[in-house]
Structures are given as C-alpha cells and as structure tokens.
Design a protein around this ligand. Sequence first.
Ligand SMILES: C[S@@+](CC[C@H](N)C(=O)[O-])C[C@H]1O[C@@H](n2cnc3c(N)ncnc32)[C@H](O)[C@@H]1O
Length: 262
Amino acid sequence: MGVLADLKILYRMVFHPGRGGSHAERLESFYAAQADHYDSFRRRLLRGREELWRALGIPEGGVWVDLGAGTGANAEYFGPGIERLKVVHLVDLSPSLLGVAQRRIADRDWKNVVTHVADATQFRPDEPADVVTFSYSLTMIPDWFAALENAHAMLKPGGKVGVVDFYVSRKFPPPGFKRHGTCSRLFWTYWFNYDNVFPSPDHIPYLQRHFKAVLLEERRAKVPYLPLAKAPYYIFVGQKGAEDRGACPTDALAAAGSGEAS
Ligand SMILES: C[S@@+](CC[C@H](N)C(=O)[O-])C[C@H]1O[C@@H](n2cnc3c(N)ncnc32)[C@H](O)[C@@H]1O
C-alpha cells in the first residue's frame, strides 16, 4: 500500500504538474488527487519541520498563523501542547489539502484550530500573531516578498517568524554560508521548478534583513527514490524588532518615496 501510494504521488509529480490559469487553480489541480496520501510521502521529503516547531517556543495563549499549511500536519508536532495556544490559523489556497486538515481537527477534537482558504500574501488574523510559519510553502508562493511582508505586518513586535524550505546558495555566498556547486544549483533549481517549486538564493538574505535571526541552519536531506541526491534546505527563526509596529521596512521606505529596498 505504501509503495502504491508513493507511485500515485510520483505520477502526479512527473506527469501532472499543476495546470490552470491562476496560481490557486494550479495548486488545486496538483494537490487534489494526492491530498489523501500527501502526508506519508512528504514526511520523508520535507525535513526539519519538527525541529523548527521545537525551536519556535510558541507562548502560552499565543496566536500562531501557518501560511501554506497544507494538511495541517505541522499542528501534530505540538502534541497535546497545542491546546494551550489561543488560536491556530491554518491558511492555504488548496481546498483539498485543507479538507485533510479539517478531518484532522475533527479527529483530534481541537477547538482552537481553524482553516482558511486564503492567499498567504493577503490573509490577516483578527489580532496580531505571536508566531507566523512557512514550512516548504515560501518556495511555492510566486510573490514570496509579499508573503513575508504580510507575515511581518501581522506579527506583534517581538513576534517570531519560522521558515523551513528548500533553497540554493548564491554563486558567491558571503563568508560563513554554504556554497553549492554549479551542478547542484542547476539540478535542484530545474528539478523543483518542474513542479512549480522555486528554491531561491534570496530567501535567507531577505529574511535576515527583515528579522533578527535567532536560528539559521543550512542542511541537506535525502530525497525518496533519489538515492544519491541530497536536497539543500534551511531552517530560519527570526524575530520582529520590538520597535517595528506595522509595515515591513521595505514598505516604509517605499512610502517615504526612496524607491530603494532595505
Ligand atoms: C509543499 S506544500 C507544504 C505544506 C505544509 N506546510 C507542509 O509542511 O506539509 C506547500 C503549500 O503551500 C501552499 N501555497 C502555495 N502558494 C500559496 C499561497 N499563495 N497562499 C497560500 N498557500 C499557498 C500550497 O497549496 C501547499 O499546500
């Protein structure tokens, strides 16, 4: 059964990458047929999620927003501790994946976890968030700048952003950062792009500019059915400055008419 389920997922990934006129349609066409088997395959592909959740330390009574939450599998990493949060918002553009999340919420009888079919670049909770997370979603959001600006704006001063995702290094990364060889950068870019996943050399520098880095780890992970390959991914935890009350610094600069990104 496990292998059969994997074959279905691999078939979708190879022969049916997302199709449709809009981003939401492409996501749903990609995920609708794999939603029921999504978790078992992605558990082996999407590494570092549990560690990210452990590193975040969401405060008692906190508000957590997971942008691009998919099936809500990340909520499981809290275990019973999830009940001490005030509210958990699971946000995604794919109704099929959120359908799995809703079944999970009903099975676990979580009263404080809600789903939203919404765009990560636009969704806002009705109160400031303590933590905003992106787990393997930033690489699938075309306007990821807008998604991070939105995350920054919805966070409380001192609130945290957590990101775990695939990436490729810059050709000449700054000292202290890992450098991926040309073949590695080209291979992973092409391999992921096929399924509308866009690993970027710019996510980490952008995150570092807009949040105070609390944790940054660059790693590699095995990929199911690609025995010799290890995909690069990173884990980032950053904090919004206590003085940043609203907009992302880029917005503030744009509003001031400087036209120069921070
Ligand atoms: C690789 S999946 C990761 C899902 C989940 N976070 C996990 O760790 O299993 C990426 C998710 O991002 C969602 N996504 C992509 N673009 C989005 C957007 N603009 N707004 C909301 N969700 C989006 C997809 O529908 C998908 O569920």
